[in-house]
Design a protein around this ligand. Structure first.
Ligand code: MG
Length: 297
């Protein structure tokens, strides 16, 4: 196992985009700045997907323009196409993320195109980004199950991840969108993808729908993964995946990693306070570890 784990905090994007109502811009800006001050090295800031598709993040330019931009922190933003890429670049984004799914049915419902079409759509975006020296992260969702087609063959996950890797993504995040994965399956999936993509370029992204996220992360850490996605206070879900609860909470992940003697650079107390604050703003439950940490003080 590695000594250092990079946490990719996805709360301000993956989390907030799935909240049922719109959050004021200053709250988003404060959330990102507070997360960066907690010691998180990567904070996914917002999404440049067209406003009608994701109204919660329609203020992307405004948010990105107002955040503090600490020099030692990366602030990737989600982009759907070249137009989104240009919007992101106009406000100074230096890292982007693109997305597709390992399930054909999910892609059709979610982004209204086939996997092949989505890869075609992203190829020029990735190419352009690479020419501009912009780092690209690729998301593959439904890697352990799909709400529409059920089982997702591991070979499909490998094929899609390879395509993103070959197109030039520096990192591929493997997402269990509906949270149905269990540790052995999670590890086997990671192992299969790591057969053709270097492990240090892979990230895991688990949802806690069935309470399996930490166990899955542990199984993947044992295999050697060094990048883990998580969301403060467990913000998020998936609007297209019914029943999917939040992303694994960053507080829970950091508590586990700290306890195992792994470093993350994150100040857990400050993170718990940030999680408590944003959960209060959104009227949603606190993460378990976050709550416990605040109570003991
Ligand atoms: Mg997620």
């Amino acid at each position: 196992m590695t000594d250092h784990v990079t946490i990719v905090e996805v709360g301000p994007r993956d989390g907030l985009q799935n909240e049922p109502y719109t959050i004021p811009t200053p709250v988003k800006v404060e959330l990102i700045d507070r997360l960066a001050r907690c010691g998180l090295g990567v904070v996914e800031a917002t999404s440049f997907v067209a406003a009608p598709a994701i109204p919660q993040l329609a203020d992307a330019e405004d948010v990105f323009g107002r955040i503090e931009r600490k020099p030692d922190v990366r602030y990737p933003v989600l982009v759907p196409n070249l137009k989104g890429y240009e919007r992101a670049r106009t406000v100074g984004a230096e890292e982007i993320a693109v997305f597709t799914a390992a399930s054909e049915a999910f892609n059709q419902k979610n982004i209204k195109c086939s996997i092949a079409e989505s890869l075609e759509r992203f190829t020029p975006v990735i190419e352009r980004a690479r020419n501009d020296g912009v780092r690209v992260r690729g998301y593959v969702s439904t890697v352990l199950g799909c709400p529409y087609q059920g089982e997702v063959p591991v070979a499909e996950v490998v094929r899609v991840a390879e395509a993103l890797h070959e197109a030039g993504c520096a990192e591929i995040s493997l997402g269990d969108t509906i949270g149905v994965g269990t540790p052995r399956k999670a590890r086997a999936m990671l192992e299969a993808v790591a057969g053709s993509i270097p492990l240090e370029q892979l990230a895991v992204h688990f949802h806690d729908t069935y309470g399996q996220a930490l166990a899955n992360i542990y199984a993947c850490l044992e295999f050697g993964v060094v990048v883990v996605d998580s969301s403060v206070a467990g913000l998020g879900g998936c609007p297209y995946a019914r029943g999917a609860t939040g992303n694994v909470a960053t507080e829970d992940v950091v508590f586990m990693l700290d306890g195992m003697g792994m470093t993350t650079g994150v100040d857990l107390e400050a993170l718990a306070r940030t999680g408590d604050w944003i959960a209060g703003e959104l009227g949603r439950p606190r993460s378990r570890a976050g709550q416990a940490i605040l109570k003991r003080n």
